[in-house]
Design a protein around this ligand. Structure first.
Ligand SMILES: Nc1ncnc2c1ncn2[C@@H]1O[C@H](COP(=O)(O)OP(=O)(O)OP(=O)(O)O)[C@@H](O)[C@H]1O
Ligand SMILES: [Mg+2]
Length: 249
């Protein structure tokens, strides 16, 4: 990749790490068209924790995938750190994602033949980083409470453990932007709270930007702002009271 801006996003400090304009996604199926995302414009501030709610099928995952550069929009633009990501080639976009965006998928998307550890290391390896500091890796495995499970393959992990591996895979690269699709959907309340605290700390202490999809208001309330989708459109936006629980280190 020869574009210096893409290699050094810091060179050109964006006003908004995530800037979406008039974004529309229509899926064409045999039985007709589905308007999954309809004309959404949205900016997410640096260090902001944005949460997205909405009923099943309202377009939350589609919106997240569009922001991640994983599915081409029918209409509209997605700028990440001032880069129009759908102007990049597929391989440029993959590399850009590996350097800038950590994606936590709703369905985990772990590679079944790789161990938990190998799954977590995958984005770094794709980006050509062969040496991840051991201490950093161990700290992350311990924070997610999966250190003892690191040599297990996904089929010998519980749903909650798989979910935490998927979170580890997204976070190991220290992404400036984290996109999380129901990251606590398979977790008990203690683990769910731990993950929310971890993500909250990434915003508060490291100025990372987070967009998180959830069905649970208690999870959404960890954010700074919550938008609600219905039929692919934003129907509500609320600023969350900063009077939330104190987050410890
Ligand atoms: N690949 C696809 N092809 C066709 N239609 C799709 C595809 N993916 C999603 N859809 C449709 O687009 C709409 C939005 O789906 P999406 O997965 O974004 O919803 P969601 O809000 O994430 O739902 P959930 O809360 O159940 O995860 C739904 O009507 C869904 O059936
Ligand atoms: Mg979804």
């Amino acid at each position: 990749m020869n574009n210096p801006e893409m290699n050094n996003p810091e060179m050109n400090k964006p006003e908004f790490p995530v800037e979406i304009s008039n974004l529309t996604k229509v899926y064409k199926t045999r039985s007709g068209s589905v308007n999954a995302v309809c004309d959404i414009s949205l900016c997410v501030n640096g260090g902001e924790f944005l949460t997205i709610m909405g009923t099943s099928g309202s377009g939350k995952s589609t919106l997240l995938h569009l922001i991640a550069g994983l599915t081409n929009p029918t209409v509209g633009s997605v700028k990440i750190n001032n880069n129009e990501i759908y102007n990049l080639t597929d391989s440029q976009r993959t590399q850009f994602r590996c350097r800038n965006i950590g994606v936590i998928f709703q369905a985990f998307n772990l590679i079944p033949t790789l161990t938990a550890l190998e799954n977590i290391l995958l984005p770094s390896l794709i980006d050509g980083q062969n040496k991840v500091p051991l201490e950093k890796l161990d700290n992350l495995l311990n924070a997610l409470e999966i250190y003892d499970r690191r040599y297990h393959r996904p089929d010998s992990l519980s749903g909650g453990e798989q979910q935490r591996v998927a979170i580890g895979r997204a976070l190991l690269i220290d992404p400036a932007i984290v996109l999380a699709d129901e990251p606590t959907g398979n977790l008990d309340s203690v683990n769910s709270d731990n993950i929310c605290k971890l993500l909250r700390n990434l915003c508060d202490k490291e100025h990372r930007t987070i967009v998180l999809v959830t069905h649970e208001k208690s999870v959404a309330d960890w954010g700074d702002r919550c938008i609600t989708l219905k039929d692919g459109r934003i129907i509500d936006e609320r600023i969350i009271n900063s009077n939330r629980k104190e987050v410890s280190a």
